[in-house]
Design a binder for this molecule. Structure first.
Ligand code: TRP
Ligand code: ZN
Length: 885
């Protein structure tokens, strides 16, 4: 059982960091594995590091302690205390070998932290998840990332029930034991923190690949999965090989063991885990085949495989001193992963998607009560800080720094960082110092970005002086207050920009005081203070500024563009990201017009006319066109309003879509759809993916105007779809346009994929996202489906998570019924798996901005959960912060 809410457990503070008192040079682990009971013997080579006389304190939770020995001699139980949180021993030598023997219970571990069972008792397998603090559920140990030890791990188990035995490190022997048991040993030569320990045992199949690193090491790559899905691992293997080559080229980083294992499980709390030499993946991010995966899922598999592999250097070889530094590994690794994906696919599209994700997930987080800095100053439960802020905003900070150093400067800095801190546990200061020192620059001003929560507002105002032939750009910044942090300081904000003349030309940029030599038409200016004027010379006409190109800083830009100015950028900007961005801004203005019912500036007209003309342009790229046809989502649009009224936002956005559809014309849409449909294929190349993306958007637009016509096309598309992307898109459109026609296809899909959990997750998710007051009743029917299971995180996310996160009108229905139902389920889940309940609990982050009566009803639901006895610390922490408790 997971330790229950312990209100006495004090917050952990960054400022109170102290070095570990005990070092562990080497640890030998010996597992006797069983599903109901596993015994773990740990031999720790301990030595005191300062503080003579301090007791030995080891973390340990839910362990049944069987034996303690010092240097091989049994220790009487009177000499130690084994409590709820660990083991304390007084009067111990400065250097000794501590041996403990404990018993743990994998089959009752529903929290999926520590050693647990994936799948059924009969056929499932055992595995571990130790980040952040799961190792203490396996054995007594200083379970903190700045204690690095070398691991020798021996696994013993019944050979029939557990034919495959894996742990991180190089294989170091295996053999038979008496009674049908066998053993295998693994030695990891690289010192690592306990959160990177992993083992896997059970029936698994594998695919393998021989890889030779750039520096000449032969490595066996193995991907392991249960027999029924092993054929769906080939794409992940390709992605792994691409990732390894890329890290060699882009960062000069080679893999450093003789084997690399990757394992897929259907029971996992997060996406995947970078355990040294033994990455473990949520099957959702490893398996891919055209019949059951969408194009987006292929991209996710490629990105997550790369992410976990890249951790081998950014996270494992150089790890974090403490959990406050989490973004040191996560922000940096997301940045590396995004750069990789941009190189493998379309860079402009990738940037659009990454920024859209930041706005959908991180901006709302940063605007609500759960707001926290990329490097938080304190936490009650570290598992609640694996957030969009630490990951996605953290990546944006690395991107800004990389941009300021330039390509070769950043590489030089990263080489210095890896070299300086290899085998160490580092801090964000260390990172900035290494990058700065290697380039002779001071990066400490960027520390403020790590320390300060909230999304900065960047305000711009331009003025043209025809007499002086001068354009002055006035920039100012302000970060709104966030919980517990009122006054904000100015941050260095790099603004990449260009100036457009009315004919669409970019003008040469010569700033005041600069010589007349060939001026570039794009440059980066940095706003380091609260406000400043930037003066551009030789400007002969008024201009339209293209600001924050490529999204050069994670801020909200407030610039009072006229619709015609945005239309100009939408037409002429050559920065793919900013072109899309101009369309988004214009769509947002058009949305405002739909919401208020008055369009004084003609924004709706400007947006629909611009998009319609781009639609007619035959040279337009399919994928970018699909993005341009998509206005911001309901969550982003709601963020523009002072009060969140989900039903009004939904209605206004629908109106916006139908106005666009009318402008383009039903005939034009249907004709385009027919052309795209005729080219249907299951191919995975970029052109085929772009085709599917556009086809989906075109059909959705048609549905906004002529639902019956769209339903007919969707039904046909469902029947004939060559792969999952087209099949699922058809089902989603059908479910929104013709309920009766959808019902039979949904039933068909349900039966077809009865034995495919990942495909079934999409079936739950699709229905959980259908808008309107009927959503709750639908969800309640779905949770009665025999395939629904509160213990499986993916299934819970696909129903509860999708409902709360992607279905604003359904979740926020005005009578509060959905909140009540959701709170009941959350409490049930919390008793099983606190990490999952806490994550779902963040759905209430935006409650204070809701209109009434939703606002009060949401708060009441949170309060009711808070009053529940035995709440986990994870969920209690989220709920308390959400309502400011
Ligand atoms: N470090 C993992 C990553 O690659 C995140 C992770 C996986 C995790 N499993 C976890 C974090 C369990 C907390 C708890 O991003
Ligand atoms: Zn990570």
């Amino acid at each position: 059982m997971k330790a229950r809410n312990d209100s006495a457990a004090p917050a952990v503070r960054l400022a109170q960091y102290t070095r570990p008192t005990w070092r562990v040079a080497h640890v030998e682990l010996d597992f006797s594995l069983g599903i109901d009971e596993t015994e773990v013997i740990a031999r720790l080579d301990l030595s005191r590091d300062g503080d003579p006389g301090a007791p030995l304190e080891l973390d340990g939770e839910d362990l049944e302690l069987l034996e303690v020995l010092i240097d091989g001699d049994p220790v009487a139980p009177t000499r130690y205390t084994a409590g709820e949180r660990g083991l304390v021993m007084h009067e111990v030598p400065d250097q000794f070998v501590l041996t403990t023997r404990v018993r743990i219970k994998p089959s009752t571990n529903t929290a999926l932290e520590g050693l647990y069972l994936s799948g059924s008792r009969e056929a499932g397998f055992l595995l571990t998840q130790c980040e952040a603090q799961g190792f203490r559920h396996i054995t007594y140990f200083p379970d903190r990332p700045d204690v690095l030890a070398r691991y020798t791990v021996t696994l013993r188990a019944d050979a029939r029930r557990f034919p495959i035995l894996l742990a991180g490190g190089n294989p170091d022997g295996s053999g038979e034991l008496a009674d049908g048991r066998h053993w295998a040993r693994f030695v990891d030569p690289h010192p690592k923190p306990s959160y990177l320990f992993a083992l896997v045992a059970g029936h698994l199949e594998r695919i393998s690949h021989d890889y030779v690193t750039a520096n000449g090491r032969a490595v066996e790559l193995h991907i392991w999965a249960e027999a029924d899905v092993i054929d769906r691992c080939h794409y992940a293997m390709d992605a792994l090989v691409r990732s390894m080559r890329w890290d060699e080229k882009a960062y000069g980083r080679n893999y450093d063991l003789d084997v690399f294992h990757v394992v897929a499980t259907h029971d996992f709390n997060m996406g995947a885990m970078e355990n040294k030499g033994l990455n473990i993946f949520n099957a959702k991010y490893l398996l891919a085949d055209p019949d059951s995966s969408t194009d987006d899922e292929y991209l996710h598999v490629e990105a997550v495989v790369a992410h976990e592999y890249f951790h081998n250097w950014s996270g494992n070889r150089v790890t974090c001193r403490d959990w406050f530094q989490l973004s040191l590994k996560e922000g940096l690794t997301v940045y590396r992963e995004q750069s990789f994906s941009a190189d493998m696919n379309s860079a402009a599209l990738k940037r659009i998607e990454d920024v859209a994700l930041l706005r959908r997930a991180q901006f709302p987080e940063d605007a609500g009560p759960l707001s926290h800095p990329v490097r938080p100053a304190e936490y009650r439960e570290i598992n609640n800080f694996y957030t969009a802020t630490v990951y996605e905003k953290g990546s944006e900070l690395v991107r800004m720094i990389a941009g300021s150093l330039g390509r070769t400067g950043f590489r030089r800095g990263m080489d210095a960082y890896f070299e300086r801190h290899d085998g160490e546990a580092a801090t964000i200061e260390d990172f900035l110092a290494a990058l700065g020192d290697a380039n002779g620059v001071d990066l400490t001003p960027y520390l403020a970005w790590y320390a300060q929560a909230g999304t900065p507002r960047l305000r711009g105002r331009g003025s043209f002086d025809p007499g002086q032939r001068r354009y002055t750009l006035h920039l100012s910044q302000e970060t709104p207050p966030t919980p517990g942090h009122g006054a904000k300081q100015a941050l260095p904000i790099p603004v990449k920009l260009a100036l457009f003349a009315s004919d669409g030309r970019m003008l040469p940029l010569r700033m005041q005081g600069e010589s007349r030599q060939a001026a570039a038409d794009e440059r980066v200016i940095v706003l380091s203070h609260a406000e400043r004027d930037f003066v551009f010379e030789d400007i002969g006409e008024d201009v339209v500024p293209s600001l924050l190109r490529g999204f050069s800083a994670p801020v909200m830009l407030e610039y009072d563009y006229a619709p015609t100015e945005l239309a100009l950028l939408l037409r002429y900007d050559v920065d793919g990201f900013n072109r899309w961005e101009a369309g988004q801004q214009l769509a947002a203005l058009a949305f405002d017009a739909c919401l208020s019912g008055e369009d004084a500036h003609g924004a709706a007209d400007a947006w629909t006319a611009s998009i319609a003309s781009i639609f007619a342009d035959p040279s337009m790229d399919d994928a970018l066109l699909a993005e341009l046809l998509t206005p911001p989502g309901e969550i982003e649009l709601a963020d523009r309003q002072p009060r969140h009224d989900p039903a009004a936002v939904h209605a206004a956005r629908q109106q916006l879509l139908s106005r666009l559809a009318m402008r383009v014309g039903a005939g034009t849409l249907a004709a385009r759809y027919a052309t795209l449909f005729a080219r249907a294929s299951a191919d995975l190349d970029a052109a085929a993916q772009a085709r599917r993306r556009l086809q989906r958007r075109v059909l959705d637009l048609l549905a906004a105007m002529e639902p019956a016509r769209a339903a007919t096309l969707a039904a046909r598309q469902y029947e004939t779809a060559p792969g999952m992307t087209d099949r699922l898109a058809a089902l989603a459109t059908l479910a929104r346009t013709d309920e009766a026609a959808a019902a039979s296809r949904l039933a068909h899909y349900r039966a077809r994929y009865d034995d495919n959990p990942l495909a079934l997750d999409k079936w739950f998710m699709l229905q959980a996202s259908l808008p309107g007051d009927g959503a709750l009743a639908r969800i309640q029917r779905l949770e009665a489906d025999p395939a629904f299971n509160l213990k499986n995180p993916n299934r819970v996310q696909s129903l509860m998570g999708a409902f709360a996160r992607t279905n604003p009108t359904g979740f926020h229905r005005a009578d509060g019924a959905a909140y009540g139902w959701f709170a009941d389920r959350l409490l049930q889940i919390d008793a099983l798996n606190p990490q999952v309940s806490a994550r779902l609990g963040t759905a209430f982050n935006g409650w204070a901005r809701l209109v009434e009566p939703q606002r009060e009803l949401a708060r009441a639901a949170v309060n009711r959960m808070q009053a529940h006895e035995g709440l986990s610390r994870d969920l209690a922490d989220i709920l308390d912060r959400v309502v400011g408790g």
